[in-house]
Design a protein around this ligand. Sequence first.
Ligand code: URP
Ligand code: ZN
Ligand code: ZN
Length: 471
Amino acid sequence: MSTFIHGGTVVSPISAQPMDVLIDGGKVVALLSPGDTSFGSDLASSADTVIDATGKYVVPGGVDCHTHMELPFGGTFASDTFETGTRAAAFGGTTTIVDFAVQKAGERVQDGLAAWHAKADGQCAIDYGFHQIIGGVDDDSLKAMDELVAEGITSFKLFMAYPGVFFSDDGQILRAMQTAANNGAMMMMHAENGTAIDVLVAQALARGDTSPRWHGLTRPWETEEEATHRAIMLARLTGAPLYIVHMSAKQAVTTLAASRAEGYNVFGETCPQYLYLSLEEQLSAPGFEGAKWVCSTPLRSREEGHQDELWKALRTGDLSVVSTDHCPFCFKEQKELGVVNFSKIPNGIGSVEHRMDLLYQGVVDGRISLPRWVELCCTTPARMFGLHPRKGEIVPGADGDVVVYDPNARTRISVETHHMNMDHSAWEGYEIAGGVDTVLSRGTVVVQRGEYLGTKGHGKFLRRGLSSYLT
Ligand code: URP
Ligand code: ZN
Ligand code: ZN
């Protein structure tokens, strides 16, 4: 089955040029300058599927390397299944996710991974891989890390937050990093000082400060910056590559940038919520409304200027990736678990459907270039987590994961129209200048002009290689 996409502007991480794209057998076969007849002069009539992309951008399918489908958290589960979450991702132009398999302390890592395979297998609309959360670092789990690398699980997340749940202490972090330094895996870190935060939370609750806003006030930027610094120092000590997830505090990014400037393999991601939303506007919404935006790290103060600094770091390269940390919970019965106590609100925001659109606004607003949009949302996450060149760039030999993006479309985000399994939207009423037109996964059209044409089970598990960023 061949597909010919013609008339558009192909955007790569380094350029935006008028080009036609030929896909066959699920793979990109060629990028052709307009008028190039080396694959035949009548592709626009002879290909099995012809897509006219005139006036549109042709970009690689998005790679969202931080999602949590069905994550158990706070006595409930993230509300998107692999079926609903990957379908929503496809609607938004994301054609690959990397989700987090969970090992809790006391469980075997292999059992945690098997449970994640069982949740995802046969359910997904788009391709998927797994990182592995190690919730209990011990001799067995360290050994399992080596086994998992051989199975294509080449990155491991530890938590400096959530004592008693996923938390690792410094000695455990050190040992896991030593293992990664040895087997080539990427360490991922949730960098917040969880034990200090727990004291601040207990003190706030004892004072009667129970509303969602206190979730943010009890996780001040110092707790993120301190943990970021500590994680980086342990990575430097062991020689492990380190990727800090969901960075929101400008001070933590400054700390990261300093070690990057010294040449260490330390990387950072941020998420759309930290670029657009704030402690003052969303988390402090009247009544219990702010619960919709309870996530960790928390939304930061706009007055303190975190959002502008994160955009700057995305432009300069101090931050490498934009993922969503998609972890949706419904307001009714899920977020409401914390109605009298903010610390019981399940942590997470759902955005898997909106990442490409939300970041495209950075292009419209002149904060990042068109190629940088593609680099942040597609190419670098693929390279970072061992999926490139199969994913993340439209080049011959890559999977035919392509998005035709219409800069003249207008998209209004709403719970009424989104496809995520959530009863609210953290982005309600957001107006996007631009919109996804057509989405192909391995050459198959899965979304066209708002209609889902994909199938459950089309998405396949991806065995990942080691990061392209390691020397
Ligand atoms: O609030 C968040 N981030 N929820 C998901 C779990 C995590 O820490 O990534
Ligand atoms: Zn986290
Ligand atoms: Zn997360």
